[in-house]
Design a protein. Structure first.
Length: 525
């Protein structure tokens, strides 16, 4: 599921910024940032993100989650919005892909002077990640998800490093006060219409911001909001729960009055209230820097249309660096992608492609035996080759799974090896054993923001006759407007559960979707 922040015509501007020739990797408690700006700017940018995360946690009185480095969001900074749209689709200003294999976000260094700043874009996307991570077991209607992100997107960062929440999104001023584009009765639905126009789509964000703001900065209404969210997650129909926060027939008028305030209430936090950890800045070695253009393409998502171009680029850029783990890791991923996406129905070409992916993974492992990425892709390539060759020998599949187990031993808090270990049983046509189920459930606990992982976890819970936990896994996914296939499947599974048709719910969750895109590059809103 890729989440995208869309531009309106009024905010679109594509003026590229110049960049430094040196690529840097900045690591902090919650982020990994790749950027080729100056060292000072990359460090300051990462520190700003860390304080933003801290400000959200302080404001919402949320304890710090003790998670390993795999839980960090990797952010790729590109020159401008034009680059974002090339990587994604027209009208997109920034995007975020929450996944167990490593959540990634893409943001422009320059917004070209438009009203929608690159800071607001990234803050919006990270607010989604923060919500999905810290409030993982709650389902939220679409208006709240986007309104919450917008509430934080407009954070004001002062030179003294204080953060203030509550400013209006001036880039949405054309729709924030227009209730006709999205009346409260429509806004408060669990899911928006599939037929949203440009104005009404923008209104989901702007009116969502207004309603979240209206409910947040008043003690009594804040209680109503908490009761509303609790009612939805307790099984109350969304339309009925909506009356907790106001009669839709009169709510629009109240929101419009709120929108016309000359000064909005806000919440300010000083730098002293927002302590952060250390940011480590490292210039990339030659191989890692050289492969960056291909790495960015791969992490953005690869479709049939661009898979061949990406692997050709990766081969060319990695060729001078056969002993560099970063270069060979990206080559392994690109070879794997082209084999699984472009040659999905052509066994001979796919087998050759997976063999190339395995060879690149071998070179990466030789350069860095503790590369989790390389160990995973070694196992993935072998699993695909075995599946296409219809290998059924349990011993051979056990040998393949050792690569995932080796990766898990290096970082037991990384959900990716655990998830791939579980999936290898299905790839082999074998019933997952108890250890595989445990691995899957722990991966889900580590990466609750991965919607597809939540569906698999719900299936495991149902097979264990744990209906309560299955509902918890499905509820947030059922309200997702970013991937209608996933949300529809979750809704149908929940309906089957309510009808006490557990086998039917399991069957629904087992249904395969035909998708030729790694990373769902074309989806989102």
């Amino acid at each position: 599921m890729i989440r995208k922040l869309l531009l309106s015509a009024a905010t679109l501007s594509m003026v590229p910024a110049s960049a430094n020739a040196t690529w840097y990797r900045a690591t902090s408690d919650h982020f990994v940032v790749y950027d080729n700006d100056s060292a000072e700017k990359v460090k300051a940018f990462t520190e700003k993100l860390e304080r933003f995360d801290k400000a959200m946690s302080v404001w919402h009185v949320t304890p710090e989650l003790k998670r390993g480095p795999a839980s960090r969001v990797t952010i790729f900074v590109v020159d401008g919005i034009g680059d974002i749209q090339r990587l994604s689709s027209p009208g997109v200003a920034g995007f975020y892909n929450p996944q167990a294999s490593g959540s990634v976000a893409f943001t422009p260094r320059s917004d070209g002077g438009g009203e929608l700043s690159s800071q607001a874009i990234l803050f919006h996307e990270y607010a989604h990640h923060w919500m999905f991570l810290h409030w993982a077991d709650a389902g939220f209607p679409y208006w709240f998800v986007e309104g919450f992100a917008e509430l934080h997107a407009t954070a004001i960062v002062d030179p003294d490093q204080s953060y203030t929440f509550g400013a209006p999104p001036i880039y949405r001023r054309w729709t924030v006060g227009n209730s006709g584009l999205m009346p409260a009765d429509d806004l408060l639905k669990a899911m928006p219409s599939d037929r949203l126009t440009g104005g009404s789509r923008d209104a989901v964000y702007s009116r969502g911001w207004l309603l979240v703001h209206y409910l947040t900065f008043d003690a009594e209404r804040r209680k109503d909001l908490a009761q509303y969210i609790g009612a939805i997650n307790g099984g109350t129909p969304v339309k009925e729960a909506a009356r907790i926060i106001g009669n839709p027939n009169t709510l629009d008028a109240k929101m419009d009055v709120w929108a016309k305030q000359r000064k909005y209430p806000s919440a300010r936090f000083t730098a002293a209230e927002l302590p952060i950890g250390t940011v480590t800045l490292t210039p990339l070695a030659a191989g890692a820097a050289a492969i960056m253009p291909a790495l960015i393409e791969s992490k953005a998502g690869v479709s049939k249309k661009d898979a061949a171009n990406v692997v050709a680029m990766a081969r060319r850029l990695a060729a001078p660096y056969p002993n560099d783990a970063d270069a060979q890791n990206e080559l392994a991923e690109a070879e794997f992608d082209v084999a699984s996406v472009l040659y999905k129905e052509e066994d001979a070409k796919a087998l050759a492609g997976f063999a190339l992916a395995e060879a690149a993974a071998d070179r990466a492992i030789a350069a860095d035996p503790k590369s989790i990425h390389a160990l995973i892709y070694k196992g993935l390539a072998q699993a695909e080759i075995a599946a296409r060759n219809k290998v059924t020998d349990p011993a051979k599949w056990q040998a393949i799974r050792r690569w995932f187990l080796m990766a898990n031993k290096i970082d037991t808090e990384d959900p990716a090896p655990l998830y791939e270990y579980y999936k290898s049983f299905e790839k082999a046509g074998q019933k997952p054993n108890a250890n595989a189920d445990k691995a899957l459930i722990y991966a889900y606990a580590l990466a609750p923001y991965d919607s597809e992982l939540r569906l698999v976890a719900a299936r495991v819970f149902l097979r264990q006759d744990n209906v309560k936990y299955a509902r918890v896994a499905l509820a947030p996914v059922a309200y997702s407007a970013e991937d209608r296939k996933v949300s529809t499947k979750a809704q149908k599974a929940l309906a089957a559960i309510e009808a006490k048709d557990i086998p039917g719910a399991i069957t629904m969750l087992e249904a395969k979707d035909d998708d030729d895109k790694k990373g769902d590059k074309g989806k989102g809103s």
